[in-house]
Ligand binder design. Structure first.
Ligand SMILES: NC(=O)c1ccc[n+]([C@@H]2O[C@H](COP(=O)([O-])OP(=O)(O)OC[C@H]3O[C@@H](n4cnc5c(N)ncnc54)[C@H](OP(=O)(O)O)[C@@H]3O)[C@@H](O)[C@H]2O)c1
Length: 361
């Protein structure tokens, strides 16, 4: 009896392996054919010289810039439906980096200087050349305090820039996935914000992000993802700041009256992939599960890293930053779970994976 069961499972495994190899061969044949057709197309296309040098990750094996890789020809249009081209704008940023390494298929990335979203001309040049089916906008002016003095830049990048992307998305009938922030809320609700709660930003950054949300809705199809307290391998972030301060100090004061959910950009990228795969549209909140204060977050970073340091409490008022911050801006992510069945891991679990990855670097 044991042998029969063993043979059954073994055969089952072998058959699945064969089928997988067969499908992989078909898929690579399609990719090869597509590559050849693109090559031919490329010779007829005038490639802009001042753009295209900055591709973060073209499709596997493709060493050309994102703008040099043209659209599939008509004969492969049915395949195009299956393998949608996704363009990440802001690909060199913290979230952009993890998106480029998490999304699968034909993924391209652009950032400054090859695209400047504050220029309609630049946006059209890139989008009309590439014609992606999905545009993910993770480009932003993210210096929250800097926004208070650079209001024009903030509104231009975070507000107007999104309008340019959305207008051009309309021209090429692409879906716009736009990343927004908890800072569109004033933090006075006292419980986690749901997607339908009324925005009321307290600072210029929040105002500019809210303008961006409104502008994203110009696109024929849009998905707005609000998130918060991001950290990731490819950017300046709170975890790195705490660990570098701990090298010089024996005691640190950290704000304990702002509550939110620390969110790892890798986990956010996975959730964005899930939302795209499920064809979700509208607004979604996405953060790691659970919430804490910056102070508790700092203590957990040091605990997990085995760093001996005293962390004392301070208030937002005492910190005296130029931009006002919402005090309680945790986001309710249950809509994400209901729509996709996906529940991000806890912020403590995410932190431990990030710290392990960081050590391995
Ligand atoms: N970081 C957070 O805690 C947080 C929290 C909530 C929401 N978000 C949102 O999440 C998204 C990703 O944030 P992030 O922390 O990954 O940002 P990031 O690391 O600052 O990346 C943003 C990228 O956009 C680029 N960029 C700036 N201006 C541009 C322009 N005019 N045209 C094209 N690209 C431009 C930046 O280039 P340069 O570096 O050369 O300027 C950078 O590579 C943003 O929408 C942000 O508002 C962030």
């Amino acid at each position: 009896m044991y042998n029969i069961v063993y043979v059954y499972f073994f055969m089952n495994y072998r058959i699945r392996q064969c089928l997988k190899t067969y499908w992989l061969q078909i898929f690579s044949y399609i990719q090869d054919s597509r590559g050849a057709e693109r090559e031919a197309w490329q010779r007829r296309v005038e490639c802009p010289e001042n753009v295209g040098a900055h591709c973060v990750r073209p499709i596997a094996g493709d060493q050309r810039s994102p703008l040099q890789a043209p659209q599939m020809t008509k004969s492969w249009s049915h395949i195009e439906e299956l393998i949608k081209m996704i363009l990440v704008v802001g690909a060199s940023g913290m979230l952009g980096y993890d998106l480029m390494n998490t999304l699968e298929g034909d993924i391209r990335g652009v950032d400054l200087p090859e695209i400047d979203i504050t220029s309609l001309e630049s946006v059209r040049k890139v989008l009309l050349t590439l014609k992606p089916q999905i545009i993910i906008n993770s480009a932003a002016y993210t210096d929250v305090d800097g926004c208070e003095t650079e209001k024009e830049t903030a509104m231009s990048v975070n507000g107007e820039g999104v309008a340019f992307l959305a207008m051009t998305a309309k021209e090429i009938n692409a879906k716009l996935v736009h990343i927004s922030s908890d800072y569109i809320f004033n933090g006075k609700k006292g419980s986690p914000y749901i997607e339908d709660d009324l925005p009321a930003p307290l600072n210029v950054y929040g105002e500019s992000k809210l303008a961006g949300e409104m502008n994203a809705a110009i696109a024929p199809e849009y998905l707005i993802i609000r998130t918060q307290w991001l950290y990731g391998i490819n950017g300046k972030n709170f975890v790195e700041t705490m660990l570098s301060l701990a090298k010089e100090k024996k005691e640190l004061s950290v704000v304990d009256d702002q509550i939110g959910s620390p969110t790892w950009t890798k986990d956010l990228s996975i959730a964005i992939k899930v939302l795209i795969d499920k064809n979700c549209t509208g607004i979604y909140h996405v953060t790691n599960s659970g919430f804490c204060s910056w102070n508790k977050f700092a203590k957990e970073i040091f605990r997990q890293q085995g760093v001996e340091i005293t962390v004392t409490n301070m208030t937002t008022e005492e910190l005296k930053r130029p931009a006002k911050r919402p005090l309680y801006s945790a986001l309710d992510c249950s809509k994400l779970y209901k729509a996709t069945g996906f529940k991000p891991e806890t912020w403590q679990e995410a932190l431990s994976k990030y710290l392990a990855l960081r050590k391995g670097n």
